[in-house]
Each structure stands twice: as C-alpha cells, then as structure tokens.
Design a protein around this ligand. Structure first.
Ligand SMILES: *Cc1c(COP(=O)(O)O)cnc(C)c1O
Length: 336
C-alpha cells in the first residue's frame, strides 16, 4: 500500500499508529464483540472510551480543575453563534480580526448585536497579527474573541493573552495540541477536531465553569454549554466514534512525550521550511517573522504562472494538499 504525503489543513493526516490501532479494533473493541461505531453512547462499553478521551485531553493540556470539557458537534464555525448565545447576555463583546477565520467569526456574530472590532490587520493583508497590547475592548465586555492560529494566512500568536478583567474566547482549531498553552489565561477555548485532534464531526470546547451561567434563554439544549456540561456532552448522541479516535490521538501524543516534545518537533519542521523559503527567490512568505505559523507554513511561488505547474509536479511526487485555500489561491504547505 502506498501512502501519500498529505499536507491538507483539515481533515488532516492522522498518525499511522492511530489508524492501525483503530483498524485492529474496528470489528471488536477490547473484547466487547462490537465496533465502537455500534456501541450505545450510554452503555458500559463506551463509558471508559469517552472518559479516557476527557482525562487524557485534560492532562495533555494541563487544564485547571475549574474548567469543563465539552464534546460538541457542528464544527468550529458553529461556535461563531454559540459563543454569543452562551456568553453575550445583552452585553458587548470585542473581536480581533487577524485572518480569514476570525473575520468570519466576527461576521457571524453581527446579528447578535454588540460585537465590536478590537483590532484588525486586514489593511495590511493579514501579514501580521494585531499586537495583544493594541487590542481595544471595554472593561464590561462579555468577552474578547481571537484566533490563535489563522490557518489560511499562516499567522499565529505565540503569547497567551494576559488580560484579567475580560474573559478571552479563543478559536484554536489549527494549533491546539501543537505546543503547551496556559489554559488559565482563557475563558473559553474551542477547536474543530479535524485539524489537530481527529476526524471531522467533533468539536472540543474548554470552558471556565463561572462562564456557564450566561446563556440566552432561547439557546437550544444541544447548543447550550451548561446543559451539555450537566449531561456529560450527552444531551443527545455525541460524535462517539470521533471521540474514540481523539482518545487514541491523545494516547499517541503522550507516547511522543507530550506537548513539550511535540512543540520542539514543530519548531524544527517549521524553521526548516521557513529557512528554505527565505533562502530562495523562488518561494515567498510575507508573514511577519514574529507571527509565522508553526502549523501552517504558507508560501507562494514568486512567479505565479508556475503555481499550477508546481502543484502538478508535487502530486506526481506524492505531495498532496499543497494548494492554498480557495480564497487566496497560490500554493501553501499546510499542517506539517
Ligand atoms: C478550519 C478552521 C475553522 C472551521 O472549522 P469547521 O470545523 O469546518 O467549522 C475555524 N477556525 C479555524 C482556525 C480553522 O482552521
């Protein structure tokens, strides 16, 4: 069987060891005589699977005790309206716009009223993330939203904001688990699973428990963080197989030495690529060196006429998923 080098941002490549283990357990998981896909999510066979995923995730991320983990659905983009529904409570909120995804988050929050722009780097084509010190927000904002790593533009923040008076809500879809972060600096962290965690269909959310009391009364139960939290993410059927695969990925991350080792590896890989890109006049990357993503190394070919030829040549050599996001085109090396 031949395997391709898959650089797609998401759904993204999963560790071979995880896929092999899932394959070996596909028809009979742990002597239950059932596939995980066939198990009742409320049964005794499934209980240790979701528990393992939750415990390992908390341990990997060093999640403090006063935070809840939710296994949700609808992808990261569904949080664009779940965040205001669960937190706004007739107040205002401030949004940092540092690329395609955070701009979309802000746009989706508009119908809720009260969403303001804290900072934006759109005028400089998102080549640098707005400095945390320059974010403008109100002391009585319900929250400040930002995206830690802009997948499409390859722009990443490397500092966890140290803002105490307003809760920080962060989209970490494409950088979660790639390095240690200080969860206590955040009120809410969420991520669609298909970039860095597991298969699509699962969204993981970490929420500080004092933030569970602000949901709009009209929030449906499946979208209400507090109700989901009180029901162990099972107010309806969760993405049970995705949670199982996520658990296997967490086990694998521990085998690699945890997030500290993973970070070293990611630094090595991304530095290798950026050093090479900078050493040529063939490839270019215009992102400020302080914000160059370690997860999504975006590059263009100086002579854009050669881009399609580059992509054809790459595929012939087994390198897939190098095409840039449909909104910006070009070539880009994604999810290394
Ligand atoms: C991919 C991505 C999303 C969209 O995720 P869905 O799960 O498809 O909704 C949102 N934010 C970031 C940063 C992403 O990389």
């Amino acid at each position: 069987m031949s395997c391709k080098f898959n650089f797609s941002a998401g759904p993204a490549i999963l560790p071979r060891e995880v896929l092999t283990k899932a394959q070996s357990e596909l028809l009979d998981c742990n002597g239950t005589g059932m596939s995980v896909m066939e198990m009742s999510h409320r049964g005794k066979e499934y209980a240790p699977i979701i528990k393992n995923a939750e415990l390992k995730f908390k341990k990997l991320m060093n999640v403090p005790k006063n935070y809840k983990i939710l296994f949700l659905q609808g992808g990261a983009v569904t949080q664009n309206f779940m965040v205001p529904m669960n937190l706004l409570n007739n107040r205002t909120a401030s949004y940092v716009i540092s690329g395609y995804w955070s701009k979309r988050t802000f746009t989706d929050a508009q119908p809720f009223l009260g969403a303001n722009i804290a900072a934006s780097s759109e005028s400089i084509n998102f080549s640098k993330a707005p400095n945390i010190d320059s974010w403008r927000y109100k002391k009585d904002d319900a929250y400040i939203h930002f995206c830690l790593n802009e997948t499409v533009q390859g722009v990443e923040y490397f500092d966890d904001p140290n803002i105490k008076n307003v809760p920080i809500v962060c989209d970490m879809s494409s950088t979660i688990l790639s390095r240690p972060i200080d969860v206590s600096r955040y009120g809410v962290i969420y991520a669609g699973a298909q970039k860095n965690i597991g298969p699509s269909g699962l969204t993981i959310l970490i929420v500080r428990d004092d933030l569970l009391d602000f949901a709009d009364k009209k929030t449906p139960s499946t979208l209400n963080w507090k109700i989901q939290s009180e029901n162990n993410s099972m107010i309806n059927t969760p993405a049970s197989y995705g949670i199982y695969i996520a658990g296997l990925v967490f086990d694998w991350l521990f085998e690699q030495g945890g997030l500290g080792s993973i970070e070293k590896n990611n630094l090595k890989k991304s530095n290798y690529l950026y050093d090479f890109i900078d050493s040529t006049d063939f490839y270019i990357n215009n992102v400020d060196v302080l914000n160059r993503s370690r997860m999504n190394v975006v590059f263009n070919i100086y002579n854009d006429d050669l881009t399609s030829e580059f992509l054809i040549g790459a595929e012939k050599n087994g390198l897939f998923g190098l095409k840039g996001h449909r909104i910006i085109g070009g070539a880009s090396s994604l999810n290394i």
